[in-house]
Design a protein around this ligand. Structure first.
Ligand SMILES: Nc1nc2c(ncn2[C@@H]2O[C@H](COP(=O)(O)OP(=O)(O)OP(=O)(O)O)[C@@H](O)[C@H]2O)c(=O)[nH]1
Length: 353
C-alpha cells in the first residue's frame, strides 16, 4: 500500500511557460490580488515583476514584503538553496510565516528538474510539496514552438492548468489549432484563456487540486478524458480508449493515451512496473496521471508523475463517482504506446493471475 501524502507541508505552485509567454504578466495579476496574502513568491528578478517600490517593505536583502502580506524573494543560484533558506528564515521568524510558495521559472526551464528538487531532495521534501503546475502558452507562437522547442513541449505536458495568452492578438486559426493541440497532448489539464480568467489566484494556486481531498479535481479530469463506464465490459485487459491524434506529422512524436483496467491492481506489482518503465524510458514519459483501484483498498490511489519523478501517491477519502476502474493517462514522446500497454498487461497478468 502506498504511503500517504503529507498535507501539512508547504505547497510550491509552479508558474512556467516559454520565453515571453506571459508568466510575469500573470504573476503581476496575482500579486495585485487580495487573495494572495500568506504567499512567498520566488522570482528570478524583482525588476521583471515590476514591483512598486513605494509600497514595499524590505525584510531581507533579497526579499520584499507587499501590503497584502505576500513576500517576494529573488532566487540567486539554485532552487534547492533558495527553498532551504526560505524555510530557515521562516523558522527563525525573520520573514512572515507563509502558507504557500509560488515559483516563477525561467522561460527555458524544463519542469522535470524542478519537480525532482521538490520530491527527491532529502531536506526539501520534508517541508515542501509540489502544488499545481500552471503553464502559460502564447497562442501566437505555439505552432512554431511545438516544432522547435523541446522545453515548450515539456512545460505543456507537465501542466495541471494551461493558460492561453495573447488571445487578443492571435489569429482565430492559431487559437483553433492550439485548442485542438492542447486537448490532444494534455487532455487532463484544465485549459483557460487569459482574457477570461477572472480569479487568477484561485486558478494558479493548488486549492482545486487538494481541496476536498482532491476529489473535485480528479472528477474533472477523469470526466474530461474517459468515457462513462461501458455496460457489461468487466475484466478486460488494459486497452486504449483515446487514440484521437490525427495523422499530423507534427504530433507524431508526442502522444497522449490512456489505459483502463476493470479489475483491482496489485500496488506492489504496479509500483515495480512503473519504476522500471520510468527508469528505462523516463525521458520519453512526459507526464503520468491516474486514479488506481488497488487491491485491498476501498478507496482509490491517485498517481501523478512528471517525467521520471512520481509524487508520493495520494490516497483519496472516497471515489469521485461510481466508476471504480483504474484509469491512467500518459503523455509520451517517441515511445510506442503498445510497448507500455503490453508490458503492463504482462506484469499485472503474471502477478495477479
Ligand atoms: N497582447 C498581449 N500581450 C501580452 C499578453 N500576455 C503577455 N503579453 C506581453 O508579452 C510580453 C511578455 O510577457 P511577460 O509576462 O514578460 O512574459 P514572460 O513569460 O514572463 O517572459 P520571460 O520572463 O522573458 O520568459 C510583454 O510585453 C507582455 O505585455 C496577452 O495576453 N496579450
Amino acid at each position: 500500500m502506498p504511503d500517504e501524502i503529507a498535507f501539512d507541508v508547504v505547497p510550491v505552485n509552479v508558474v512556467t511557460g516559454f520565453l515571453g509567454s506571459g508568466k510575469t504578466t500573470l504573476l503581476k495579476r496575482l500579486l495585485a490580488s487580495e487573495a494572495f496574502g500568506d504567499t512567498a513568491v520566488l522570482v528570478n528578478e524583482f525588476g521583471d515583476v515590476g514591483l512598486d517600490h513605494q509600497l514595499l517593505q524590505g525584510v531581507a536583502a533579497d526579499a520584499v514584503l507587499l501590503p497584502s502580506g505576500c513576500l517576494c524573494c529573488s532566487i540567486r543560484g539554485e532552487l534547492a538553496t533558495a527553498l532551504r533558506e526560505l524555510y530557515s528564515r521562516r523558522q527563525r521568524g525573520e520573514i512572515p510565516a507563509f502558507r504557500r510558495v509560488v515559483l516563477e521559472t525561467t522561460g527555458l526551464a524544463d519542469p522535470g528538474p524542478i519537480v525532482s528538487t521538490l520530491l527527491a531532495d532529502q531536506v526539501i521534501k520534508h517541508h515542501f510539496r509540489l502544488g499545481a503546475i500552471t503553464t502559460t502558452v502564447d497562442a501566437c507562437n505555439a505552432m512554431m514552438a511545438h516544432l522547435q522547442q523541446p522545453e515548450w513541449i515539456r512545460q505543456v505536458a507537465a501542466a495541471d492548468r494551461l493558460i492561453i495568452t495573447k488571445t487578443d492578438i492571435a489569429e482565430p486559426a492559431q487559437l483553433h489549432w492550439l485548442d485542438d493541440y492542447l486537448a490532444q497532448v494534455n487532455p487532463a489539464a484544465e485549459v483557460v484563456r487569459a482574457d477570461v480568467l477572472e480569479t487568477a489566484a484561485d486558478y494558479v494556486l493548488d486549492q482545486g487540486i487538494f481541496q476536498n481531498g482532491g476529489v473535485d479535481e480528479i472528477r474533472r479530469w477523469t470526466r474530461a478524458i474517459w468515457m462513462p463506464r461501458a455496460e457489461g465490459r468487466a475484466h478486460e485487459s488494459p486497452r486504449t480508449l483515446t487514440g484521437r491524434l490525427p495523422a499530423d506529422a507534427h504530433l507524431r512524436s508526442v502522444e497522449s493515451f490512456s489505459l483502463v483496467l476493470d479489475r483491482a491492481i496489485d500496488w506492489s506489482a504496479f509500483a515495480v512496473w512503473l519504476s522500471m518503465l520510468l527508469h528505462c524510458h523516463g525521458n520519453a514519459v512526459l507526464r503520468v496521471k491516474g486514479i488506481l483501484n488497488v487491491t485491498g483498498s476501498e478507496t482509490p490511489v491517485v498517481l501523478h508523475g512528471v517525467q521520471h519523478m512520481i509524487h508520493p501517491p495520494n490516497h483519496l477519502e472516497r471515489w469521485p463517482d461510481d466508476d471504480r476502474r483504474t484509469r491512467i493517462v500518459f503523455i509520451t514522446r517517441g515511445i510506442d504506446k503498445a510497448l507500455i500497454e503490453r508490458s503492463l498487461e504482462i506484469f499485472l497478468g503474471d502477478l495477479t493471475a
